[in-house]
Design a binder for this molecule. Sequence first.
Ligand code: SF4
Ligand code: SF4
Length: 150
Amino acid sequence: MGISAEKVTPFWEYKTLEQMSQQEWESLCDGCGLCCLTKLQDEETDEVVYTSVVCPYSEIDTGACKDYPNRSVNVPSCVQLTLERVAEFDWLPDSCAYRMIYRGQKLPDWHPLISGTRTTLKGAHIGLKSIPVVVDFPGIDYESHLITKP
Ligand code: SF4
Ligand code: SF4
């Protein structure tokens, strides 16, 4: 008699964002760091546009935050992603796993939860390394660094 391995359905394929544990929620973040790019919002239309200017606390090579526990103190405009905000923040990159799950999409093959490694982001051109980023500095002219939504 052969041994049959039962295929376990991964949590992101059957749970909604609301049903995920804290650990599962955290693991959805692929660490692309694209949400740490400065965005500008049109006061009249509310339209959000991206710039290639990245937060000075961003570790560009890894997409990680240099001081994650104190991020909202260091950068008051840095807001934590919550269930409500995933729905609200339609400006998040299309590749952002929270938005993909929210939209009912499957995670792509390059996502670390599927590939098992973050190195697959590079091959898919996802992340800060795929953009010629400029690190924020006082007096920077954000409007001269506009880019299309990553
Ligand atoms: S855009 Fe989404 S997946 Fe990328 S770092 Fe931000 S929260 Fe994580
Ligand atoms: S403080 Fe950290 S998490 Fe917040 S925008 Fe800057 S690098 Fe990103």
